[in-house]
Structures are given as C-alpha cells and as structure tokens.
Design a protein around this ligand. Structure first.
Ligand code: AMP
Ligand code: ZN
Ligand code: FE
Ligand code: FE
Length: 285
C-alpha cells in the first residue's frame, strides 16, 4: 500500500480537476491521496467524493507559503478542518494577495511592452488562488514564451523583471494556524529550500513532520531528511507535487510513499480529529 501526499488541482495551479486527479491516482494503484492546493481547500470536498468512489482514502490539506528569517518555505497543513473559520479567513486573505500580485506582475510586463492582459491570466487561472504558472501559461498562449521554463527564466522567477515579492506569513504563524484548524504542519520539499538550519526552530514552533520524499529530491537528499526526521522525531511524508499537465509529464506516480507513514501521521493527529483511525472518511460535499 502506498500514498501520494502532495498534489495540486485546477483550484490552484494544477491542471486536473479533482475527479481527473483521483482517476490517475486509481490507475497508479494508490491507497491514499492528499490534496495540497496552494492557499485553498476548495477542491477537497470533490476530491474526497471522487476518491471514495475509487476506494481511495483521502486526506484534505493545503500548502501555505511562509517565511522564516527572509527565506521562503512551504508548509503543508494535513487533515485540517476545511470549514475552520480562521483558516478560511486567512486563506481568503492569501488569495487576495495572490490576485493583487497577478495584477502587479501583468503591469510590469506591460511596462516592458509585453501585451498581456490581466483578464487573460485570470481566465486561464479560473480560480481564487492564481499564481505565476498561470501567468506563464498566458505568456505561452500569446506566443511570448515557448514553455513554462522560459517564462520563469525570462520574467517570473525571483529577481527577474516581472517578479513581485509576495506577502507571506511567518513559519511560526503558519504552524499555529494549522494547529488551530486541528491539523498537522509539515515542511514541504526541504531540499528545495536549502536552509536546514531553520529546522530546529521550526520544530520548537511545533512542526510535526518533514517531506522527505519529493519528485525533486534525489536519493541522497531523501536519506539526509530521513535522518533529520529521526533526530527530531518528525513524521516522514512524501508526494509527487503533481500539477497535472502544467509541467510536461504528470508527476503523479513518481512517488509511492509507503502507507506506514500515513498510519503514523494519523496516529499523531489530535484525539478529536475525524481523520484519526484506520480509514479516513470525508464528509459528503
Ligand atoms: P507562486 O505561487 O505564484 O509563487 O508560484 C509558485 C509555483 O510556480 C509553484 O507551483 C512552483 O512549482 C512553480 N514554479 C516555480 N518556479 C518554476 C519554474 N522555473 N518553472 C515552472 N514552474 C515553476
Ligand atoms: Zn503549485
Ligand atoms: Fe511547494
Ligand atoms: Fe506543491
């Protein structure tokens, strides 16, 4: 039995619907999937229903963008209450920050004589939680860029001319928010953050786990973070970070996390969390 605990749908910057994603999960033989859209849980109810139809266990989650001493990191909240009022109002704020950032980035592109319209980006995004991949797809649509990599390299990545910094909550606040919503806080893809020195501080702030297995973690990186997880008694998680067809080949299937890690995660949940127990049930949408 194996799981993929890091997946995106079109409710953020992935391309698959929850139903399509659950279908791919079933074809790969997954026993458990978690949806980790950026700053939203809108897709969770449908994903839960689609997984149930496929006989797959489903864990709701969200991937928050946080900051620790000036470094950006992503923190996933697993098994949060998807109706938690504070979590919902905070995510609404993060979404409006994202929408304003799109506007500012398009303005920067326009000043460079790139004839991109904000409406074109928002039509591609068609969600409340737009991000740079949607701008990249819009740039491909108007034939300014050939692919996502070119769009990021020329315009969108940090330090490039259309890049706009994004407001981020502190890592401590993100962990506290996830705990307030009844979930567990896991540091996503630490191998892409390159600042292991922050890990003890995050653990002190209540971090519950670390994503050791990730598509962009080579074997040596996986082993390194498995050791860090053991040192700090952290949960071990993993996932493909699949964004659908956004990045060429769909990544789902590239990581098959042994199911024992899901069991350990569920054991660590607070006693009143409905996802605790042998096979998690999702409320009907
Ligand atoms: P944002 O949420 O707007 O900061 O955008 C972050 C998203 O952009 C994440 O899903 C990343 O995987 C994606 N991303 C970051 N760098 C690149 C890149 N060089 N090529 C393609 N996608 C990227
Ligand atoms: Zn993403
Ligand atoms: Fe991420
Ligand atoms: Fe992700």
């Amino acid at each position: 039995m194996f799981a993929d605990l890091h997946l995106h749908t079109a409710f953020s910057d992935g391309t698959y619907s929850p139903e399509e994603l659950a279908g791919h999960g079933a074809r790969h033989g997954f026993s458990c999937l978690a949806l980790t859209d950026h700053d939203t849980v809108e897709g969770c109810a449908r994903m839960g229903a689609a997984c149930r139809k496929e006989g797959i266990e489903f864990l709701p989650a969200t991937e928050l963008t946080a900051e620790f001493k000036g470094t950006e990191l992503h923190i996933i909240g697993y098994c949060i209450d998807i109706e938690h009022p504070k979590m919902l109002s905070e995510m609404e704020h993060f979404q409006s920050v994202r929408q304003n950032r799109i506007k500012e980035m398009v303005e920067r592109l326009n000043r460079m004589n790139v004839p991109l319209r904000e409406e074109a980006v928002m039509a591609i995004a068609n969600c409340r939680s737009p991000g740079r991949p949607h701008i990249a797809r819009a740039l491909i649509q108007i034939n300014v860029c050939k692919n996502l990599d070119e769009a990021f390299e020329r315009f969108l990545k940090k330090g490039r001319p259309a890049w706009v910094p994004k407001f981020k909550i502190s890592a401590n606040e993100a962990i506290a928010l996830i705990h307030a919503a009844g979930g567990l806080a896991v540091m996503a893809h630490p191998g892409l953050v390159h600042h292991d020195s922050m890990i003890p501080d995050l653990v002190a702030a209540g971090l519950d786990g670390i994503e050791c297995y990730h598509t962009r973690h080579p074997t040596t990186t996986v082993e390194h973070y498995l050791q860090i997880a053991e040192e700090h008694h952290l949960l071990v998680t993993g996932g493909s970070d699949c964004h659908g067809m956004n990045k060429g080949q769909p990544l789902i299937g590239s990581i098959k996390l042994p199911y024992q890690h899901v069991e350990q995660l569920k054991e660590r949940l607070p006693a009143n969390n409905p996802f605790k127990g042998p096979f998690a049930k999702m409320p009907q949408p």
